[in-house]
Design a protein around this ligand. Sequence first.
Ligand code: NAP
Length: 537
Amino acid sequence: MERNAHEEQVDAVVVGAGIAGLYAIHRLRRDGLTVRGIEAGSGVGGTWYFNRYPGARCDVESVDYSYSFSEELQQDWDWSEKYATQPEILRYIEHVAERFDLAREYLFDTRVVSADFDAGTDTWTVRTDRGDVVRARFCVFATGSLSAANTPDIAGRDEFAGETFHTAHWPHEGVDFTGKRVGVIGTGSSGIQSIPLIAQQAEQLYVFQRTANYSVPAGNQPLDEQTRRQQKANYAERRRLSRLSGGGSPFSPRPVGALEVSEEERRAAYEERWRLGGVLFAKTFPDQTSDLAANETARQFAEEKIRELVDDPEVAELLIPKDHPIGTKRIVTDSDYFQTYNRDNVTLVDLRSTPIERIDPTGIATSARHYDLDAIVFATGFDALTGSLDRIDIRGRDGRLLRESWSAGPRTYLGLGVDGFPNLFLVTGAGSPSVLANMILGAEQHVDWIADCIRHLDEHGYATIEPTVEAVEDWLAECAERASKTLFPTANSWYMGANIPGKPRVFMLYLGGFGNYGRICTDVAEAGYKGFTLTAR
Ligand code: NAP
């Protein structure tokens, strides 16, 4: 849509109209700040705006994956399923934007290209691809952890004459694969969720798998009125437990290690979590992702399940992950994924034994044969946590570029601030629990902390806040030490930056748990923003 370029001055710029950005607009505006939101998409929703592939569904229960800041909102909204689909989550976010009148603060279809800090005036200048210039005291980057899509540079990629899609940029009108020969590259969450539905439509589906992933059935079900009533009556307690928990939902691991219980008890526990569905399986026992022997018990259980679900033992063998301990990459939450390989029209192509050599106008050639295709779906993931920020020229003190400051891995204090970048805040990014916890509660916790911080600055006559180099170094060391005590660094995961060629290999998240992390942030604020330098106006 044509529009004139904006030139304006506000208190805070918020980049992104996903779950985090919308709440930032709401909270900062409520605190009396003038705000400007900027969003690349044509509407609100962030992740849930862009990822419209068939089968897209959240892997956290709907009742937990929803805003907690408004009691009326959480009592009014009715989720129809245990795990909501993308269209329902997008409807919910649109409802929130309308209910709190948030969209009017945004420039949509607008991408931020640069943000420059001027130390003379303590002001950020944000420029967009539409020629807008917005000056602000504070910049809040709510750009998402998984928003910079990754399309691998496979030889001949752009020569394919059929249709190509990326799961993270799915056409809004949907895609009809009826009668088509389709190739899906990638078997992470996006691939595993979309494959069963594409298989139902396509004449022939080829799944190009480089690395098998662990996946647990969602155990999804419609929510009836009685369940909803019970959940809503108990919401306060549910939220309290979530905020204390490791992962931001009201479920905790058993209090004992996997090897401290009998074989019978262990199996029963895994069976119960398997039935409960989804990622919670990774947290059946507290030592599952820190002790290889404990992990092995969970891994064996998952392996048996895969063998039960897949008819052809050779295909089952290929679908059993062998390169990483279970839970060290995000466990996928699926609906009939493994059973899909029992269909006559689905073929699993093992790229470990027969790698892709090139894409050509008619399909994909592996070292073994050529696959004739009408469509290729890239379910190839994201340049996670840093990718969306790397694509913007963010310059802090002395013109220092953020992506250069982060060339050896993201440097943050608490995942909230960056040394050398005053008055810049990140939401649910690197250095925080981020994707390891419920992203909505995580976003609320960060935004509330940021808004309280800005209020503190204003009330005490401060112009800027910025973490010290020491605080950043200490926090990086803390994150690295926590990671080193677990099995996470042993996996080639996107948590480690391992999915993007040339990206530094560091574990980018805080593994100490959502509850602990929240307490640390509160303590830092209560100690007068310990670890930050505050400068007077
Ligand atoms: P992903 O987990 O990074 O998976 C990408 C897939 O593409 C992997 O199987 C990868 O194989 C493959 N791939 C990448 N480059 C390739 C190449 N050159 N040749 C062949 N295969 C290639 O990405 P994702 O599935 O989009 O999921 C990312 C994250 O988003 C998830 O872990 C989850 O946190 C989130 N997500 C959540 C949901 C949900 O909650 N419902 C749904 C979707 C996504 P390799 O492993 O061998 O690199």
